[in-house]
Design a protein around this ligand. Structure first.
Ligand SMILES: [Zn+2]
Length: 479
């Protein structure tokens, strides 16, 4: 890590982000443009995200499986709007083993088609339903403008695919998974999100209804952070996913799909980070505490490192993720900066005087300087550390929520609307007409992020055309 400071968020948010990702060693650029190498620290963060989600999926009856990376091209073409949506982004394999393939194979951009093919074989009767399968994998979409984690050619995610006997069950599943994503974002990542329904133009290719969670980044822009789709019978009809109902009649299934990707790491960076670097929510942080021993002489070193080792063992025993920075030839100040860049939520300093007094210094990453520092006794340290981590987790969520509230407006007219979306979100009535949505996008660069599930009582007037409108929508510029 170099001693250079990051560009400040205020002066160049985009460059701040790019440099932070590299210098916190989350990811690196790959030889193929648009691909990403996820480094061990970034992958450890992703693993914690995976665990937190996987636990929730399994608690609601889902199981994991693995479907192939390669999909016959003809599969993608079976669902009309699916192929229209994904064709421009497909990577296609035409040669295998040195021979031209009879049928080109697509590298999965998502797996509705190949899973639909399997479900058609596996599902015969209403007794086989519901089918609730998830898979953790990577997919490829040929993106032109890329940015590490936010938009990469290959990205890592989970994709859930379920089949049901009725529309109502499929809809309940779609909404359940949206709730799970929202709970995960708030509880684990300390990111406040707005769950809502997408407009027709923003729907997943082949879905009847798309829902998303939307979060506000530190520059006021929106990031779609997870999506859940009710696919109706579109894929069931394209792939003949059918079952015999209780009356012995053949019916098409109702299917859903839902996904959350490594994009979410971009959200964590942009919601919580500051000019010193990353700030990780304790519940997802690969390392929750870094111990920095401070000493001058060899004699001091012996005493301090021995005590640090003992305290570290106590924290490990309490299931706290902790490391000790024992690097030689590097000053404590350098180590402080280095771990601040990596966003470790809590730093523990211990020097000879702390050993003598039976205390340590804890420094919170989210509160720089004196304000975030406290002296705590070594006796009962694990409890004090766990408590401090909880405080950081709560404070991060509160700060992010306050920022979003401060940058969300309810504009009275279109002029105010334009000013609002230049800085953050506008919550406005929208008539539901795609033409208004399109015009707003052209004139302001803001898109309709979602129609929040939570709606005010009563009606209003569309912010653009003035027609009567039943629902408010969130508008903002987006990643
Ligand atoms: Zn309108």
């Amino acid at each position: 890590m170099s001693e250079l400071k990051l560009p400040s968020r205020a002066e160049d948010f985009s460059e701040w982000y790019n440099q932070l990702v590299l210098r916190a060693e989350l990811a690196d650029y790959a030889p193929v443009r648009g691909c990403m190498i996820v480094r061990p620290y970034g992958w450890a963060l992703w693993e914690n995200i995976q665990h937190a989600l996987d636990r929730r999926f399994k608690a609601t009856g889902h199981v994991n499986a693995a479907f192939p990376l390669l999909i016959p091209r003809s599969f993608i073409e079976k669902e009309k709007s699916h192929v229209a949506g994904f064709s421009p982004e497909l990577a296609v394999v035409t040669i295998g083993g040195g021979e031209q393939l009879e049928e080109p194979l697509v590298i999965r951009p998502t797996s509705e088609t190949i899973i639909g093919h399997a479900y058609a074989k596996w599902i015969q009767s209403y007794r086989d339903l519901p089918v609730l399968i998830n898979q953790w994998n990577s997919v490829v979409r040929w993106e032109l403008r890329t940015k590490l984690f936010l938009r990469t050619l290959e990205f890592f995610w989970q994709e859930g695919h379920t089949a049901h006997a009725t529309l109502e069950e499929a809809q309940a599943e779609t909404r359940q998974m949206l709730d799970i994503y929202a709970d995960f974002a708030v509880t684990e990542a300390a990111i406040p999100v707005i769950p809502g329904r997408k407009s027709e133009s923003e729907r997943f290719a082949g879905a009847d209804q798309t829902y998303s969670i939307e979060a506000m980044m530190g520059d006021g822009k929106a990031l779609q952070s997870g999506t859940s789709h009710n696919l109706g019978q579109n894929f069931a009809k394209a792939f003949e996913i059918r079952y015999l109902d209780r009356d012995g009649k053949l019916q098409h299934c109702w299917t859903t799909s839902w996904g959350l990707s490594t994009r979410f790491i971009g959200a964590i960076i942009m919601v919580h980070g500051d000019d010193q670097g990353l700030i990780l929510p304790p519940r997802l942080a690969p390392l929750q505490v870094v111990i920095v021993p401070i000493y001058k002489s060899e004699e001091e070193k012996g005493v301090v490192t021995e005590r640090a080792k003992k305290l570290r063992a106590e924290l490990v025993a309490a299931d706290i993720r902790v490391t000790t920075d024992e690097r030689e030839g590097v000053s404590p100040g350098y180590k402080f900066n280095d771990w601040e860049m990596r966003g470790v939520p809590l730093r523990m300093e211990i020097g000879p005087r702390d050993v003598a007094k039976g205390s340590v210094v804890l420094a919170r990453r989210d509160k720089p300087g004196k304000e975030g520092k406290s002296v705590v006794p070594q006796e009962g340290l694990a409890r004090a550390v766990a408590h401090a981590l909880d405080e950081v987790q709560t404070a991060l969520h509160e700060r992010a929520l306050a920022f979003r509230e401060a940058n969300t407006r309810e504009p009275a007219d279109y002029e105010e609307f334009k000013a609002a979306v230049a800085k953050g979100f506008a919550r406005s009535y929208w008539c539901g007409d795609g033409k208004c949505e399109e015009q707003i996008k052209e004139q302001t660069g803001a898109t309709m992020r979602c129609i929040p599930l939570e709606q005010p009582a009563g009606n209003g007037r569309c912010i653009l055309c003035g027609q009567s409108a039943a629902e408010k929508a969130i508008f903002g510029r987006a990643y």
